[in-house]
Structure formats: structure tokens, C-alpha cells
Design a protein around this ligand. Structure first.
Ligand code: DC
Length: 230
């Protein structure tokens, strides 16, 4: 099985790019952030303080997070309920960042993530895929961009979805999450030593997609045969 690990801070375009690459290359796309978001949502719904490790850990025995893949699209289920849309709210983003700092939550999701990579050719995105989840991935990519660039993208995404948004607030949230994600003790966001770094600042989506596609085919030419173009 082939695994491609894509890590980087929130808003660098990991998920849209990974989804498009998975489609082009005929790989399964696994968005691990969605799994942390589902746990964050479970904590919010239970009224548990998301920064409190014990409170969050006590919910895990009653929490089931699973992924289903339908025609390339990933759906996330929390205790059997499709929460794919609900987990995209800003408050869930912050809750996900909080709960992802707890080692028990990371251990809880790790098996599912590794099993998916064992059973499928995957492109998996997250924060610790190249460093912890799939340290032997055939290709590791670290995708990044300035906080302002990432906040701008997130802001436009929210507006496009008809949600209310304030750019300064989005930028503050991006910076806060960067700090949380890279300063926690458990599997912090960091570039794997053998990862290829790509800075997407100023790139259009198509430019980043082309760069990544070329990099993947250069490193894993066997994927050029199985994929679907377009
Ligand atoms: O990629 P995202 O924004 O949907 O991720 C939500 C949160 O989950 C993010 O703040 C960091 C955390 N996360 C993580 O700690 N490890 C991963 N592999 C993926 C996400």
C-alpha cells in the first residue's frame, strides 16, 4: 500500500488539495482533522470543558468516530450520526484544537487512522501524519502559508458558505490554533525531517495542485498509471 502524508497548519489548503489529488491519483483521502473535530463536537455537546483532559477522556468510552467514503467524499459519523457539516463550525474548530492536545484522544484515533492506511492507498492529511501516524509514508509533504493568507482563505470560505465572519477574528483564531497545535506536548505540529516543504502563499489553488501533482509523480511514478486525470 502507498501512503502520502500531508501535514501543516490549518488553512494552508491541505484538505482541498489532498481531496483533489486523491481523485486524480485514485487514492483514498483521509481527513484526520475531521476526526478530532468529531471528538470536539462530542465534548461541546456533553458540556465538557474541552481543555480538561480528564473530562474529555471520560467521554471517550461513549464516543464512536467513524469515516465513510462515498464516491471520493469523506463523511464523518459521531455515534452513528453524520456530522460532516456540523463539525465545520468555528466553535468546533477551537474545541477540536483543545481536545487534540490530550494524549488519550490522540491514542483513541490513532488505530483507526493506521488501519485505513494499512487497508488502502491513502493520502492522509493532519498535523502529525508524517511524524507519528505514518512515519514510514512513502512521501511526506509539509504544506504551509502565512497566517494572513490562511485567514483570508478561511474568511472567504465562510462567506461563500453564507456564514457570518469577521476577518480579524478569523486571523486571531488561526494564530491561536497555530500556537496550540505547535506547542502542545503530544504530537505537536512539526515538519518531519524527511518531509518536502511547500509554501502556498500567493499561489492559486491550481498552481499548488500542479506543484504537488508533479512532486508526487516524480517521487511515486507508479501512481501515474492508476489514477484518473481531471
Ligand atoms: O485540519 P483541521 O483544522 O480540521 O483540524 C482540526 C484540529 O485538529 C486542529 O486544530 C488540530 C487537530 N489535529 C491534530 O491535532 N492532528 C491531526 N492529525 C489533525 C488535526
Amino acid at each position: 500500500m502507498v501512503s502520502i502524508a500531508i501535514d501543516g497548519p490549518s488553512g494552508a489548503g491541505k484538505s482541498t488539495l489532498s481531496r483533489a489529488l486523491a481523485k486524480k491519483l485514485g487514492l483514498l483521502y483521509v481527513d484526520t482533522g475531521a476526526m478530532y473535530r468529531a471528538v470536539g463536537l462530542a465534548a461541546l455537546r456533553a458540556g465538557a470543558p474541552t481543555k480538561n483532559a480528564d473530562a474529555v477522556e471520560s467521554l471517550l468510552p461513549h464516543t464512536e468516530v467513524s469515516l465513510r467514503h462515498l464516491g471520493g467524499a469523506q463523511q464523518v459519523f459521531l455515534n452513528g450520526e453524520d456530522v460532516s457539516k456540523t463539525i465545520r463550525a468555528e466553535e468546533v474548530s477551537m474545541a477540536a484544537s483543545d481536545v487534540s492536545a490530550h494524549p488519550a484522544v490522540r491514542a483513541f484515533l490513532l488505530d483507526t487512522q493506521r488501519r485505513l492506511a494499512k487497508e488502502n492507498d491513502v493520502i492522509m492529511d493532519g498535523r502529525d501524519i508524517g511524524t507519528v501516524v505514518l512515519p514510514k509514508a512513502e512521501l511526506k509533504i509539509f504544506l504551509t502559508a502565512t497566517a494572513e493568507d490562511r485567514a483570508q482563505r478561511r474568511y472567504e470560505e465562510l462567506l461563500a458558505k453564507g456564514m457570518q465572519a469577521d476577518y480579524q477574528k478569523v486571523l486571531e483564531d488561526v494564530k491561536q490554533r497555530d500556537y496550540n497545535d505547535s506547542h502542545r506536548a503530544a504530537a505537536p505540529l512539526k515538519k518531519a525531517e524527511d518531509a518536502v516543504e511547500l509554501v502556498t502563499t500567493g499561489n492559486s489553488f491550481e498552481q499548488s495542485l500542479e506543484q504537488l501533482y508533479a512532486l508526487i509523480l516524480q517521487r511515486l511514478p507508479q501512481l501515474g498509471q492508476g489514477g484518473k486525470d481531471g
